[in-house]
Ligand binder design. Structure first.
Ligand SMILES: [Zn+2]
Ligand SMILES: [Zn+2]
Length: 399
């Protein structure tokens, strides 16, 4: 082999082919992170065959050098402490720029040794983990560099560099930073998590981060019919070959049309689906009443009332000074919007009782429904009728 051959490597790929190769291998890394580390290890949302698990572990060792236990522990801690001082990587606490550019550093410093044991439970502790993957993380990425240079020569150095940067930029930077700062929200979770785009392809579906924080144990990240989750596409494909099996794809809940009695199953069903229930409240109660109020308001009030649905239904921690002023003005100008705003806060307070006794929870839920019906507001009455239709699937009854 002469110098020219070394320049192009054993395969001598053209630049377009090298780009396609790079996109395939970086996508494999993203799939390994989202399916193996995130959905399988950290959240136990799906089962994986031992062979596929081992492939993902090996691939992550070759392309990232990340430790399964460290990643899992930091991520579980993130869910347990989201947007607080203890959150390992909150842009709300540390600033978006800081998390975007130094995401990997925040990951490394994310857990104390005690937290690593606490949050890292259930991660692999076999011969490969103890003797290869964890102690020799450098050799994984060095092996990948050697393979890239042998196959593609000088271009291989660029391919390897892109592979090494892919996760620090896209996973640590975009998911941990941008996905808690910029984008849209389907659900008012008690954090700042956002969906960045409707189609999660580049980062394997992780773009749908608001959906994920709403249903963290679901193997599927897309919720709306127009959303696409690339990770879920792969899980479905692996399932066809018996290599993967989803444990959960959303809240355990059922609906029974015409049901009027409120029992413990109604409460559990509605509670499990509370984020969708609250988004339904925004769409079917707040939005139509706000539109009606806009029609009869003067020009100055109209401008504020148009923001009513957005500000009255926002998660409390995301309400800034300007929104607080708008809420005050809306409530002063419209008694009916004041009532439905207060009823919304009261319904949130019902969900907050879920850690207490069943009797208290059932009573609070029933009281809320009676008071909502007694307001005489038709949209609220219809909403209560919807709430009453909730129940638990057969075999999952809790009463
Ligand atoms: Zn998050
Ligand atoms: Zn997660």
């Amino acid at each position: 082999m002469d110098l020219v051959d070394w320049w192009y490597g054993l395969l001598g790929l053209s630049i377009p082919k090298a780009v396609i190769y790079t996109l395939i291998v970086t996508h494999a890394t993203i799939v390994s992170v989202t399916i193996y580390l995130h959905r399988h290890m950290a959240h136990r949302a799906l089962e994986l065959s031992p062979g596929l698990s081992f492939f993902f572990r090996t691939w992550l060792w070759l392309t990232t050098g990340m430790s399964t236990k460290q990643w899992t522990a930091v991520h579980r801690k993130h869910h347990a402490t989201t947007e607080t001082e203890d959150d390992p990587h909150s842009p709300q606490v540390h600033g978006l720029k800081e998390i975007f550019w130094k995401g990997t550093e925040y990951y490394r410093a994310g857990c104390t040794p005690e937290e690593l044991e606490k949050y890292g439970k259930g991660t692999p502790d076999d011969w490969w983990e103890r003797h290869v993957f964890t102690p020799h993380s450098f050799w994984g990425i060095a092996t990948m560099a050697t393979v890239d240079i042998l196959l593609f020569g000088s271009v291989g150095i660029v391919i390897w560099a892109v592979q090494m940067l892919w996760i620090p930029v896209l996973a640590a930077g975009v998911i941990n930073g941008v996905c808690h700062a910029v984008g849209y929200r389907n659900f008012e979770t008690p954090d700042a998590a956002t969906n960045v785009v409707h189609w999660g392809i580049l980062i394997g579906g992780e773009e749908l981060h608001n959906n994920h924080h709403t249903y963290p144990n679901s193997a599927k990240f897309s919720v709306k019919p127009w959303e696409f989750d690339m990770g879920w596409f792969w899980i479905r494909l692996f399932s066809v070959f018996g290599l993967a099996k989803a444990r959960s794809t959303g809240p355990v809940v059922a609906r029974e049309r015409g049901k009027v009695q409120i029992d413990m199953d109604t409460v559990w069903g509605a509670l499990n689906d509370r984020f969708r229930v609250m988004s339904q409240y925004a769409e079917s109660v707040v939005a139509p009443l706000a539109r009606l109020e806009v029609r009869s308001a003067d020009a100055a009030t109209k401008r504020i009332l148009r923001r009513a649905k957005s500000v009255l239904c926002r998660e409390e921690m995301l309400v800034g000074e300007r929104e607080r002023r708008d809420i005050k003005a809306i409530l002063e100008s419209s008694p009916i919007l004041k009532t439905i705003y207060e009823k919304r806060l009261e319904l949130n307070a019902v969900w907050a009782k879920r850690g207490g006794s069943r009797e208290d929870l059932l009573k609070a839920f029933k009281d809320w429904c009676v008071e909502a019906e007694n307001t005489g507001i038709q949209a609220l009455r219809d909403f209560v009728t919807e709430l009453k239709s909730y129940t638990m699937p057969l075999g999952r009854a809790t009463a």
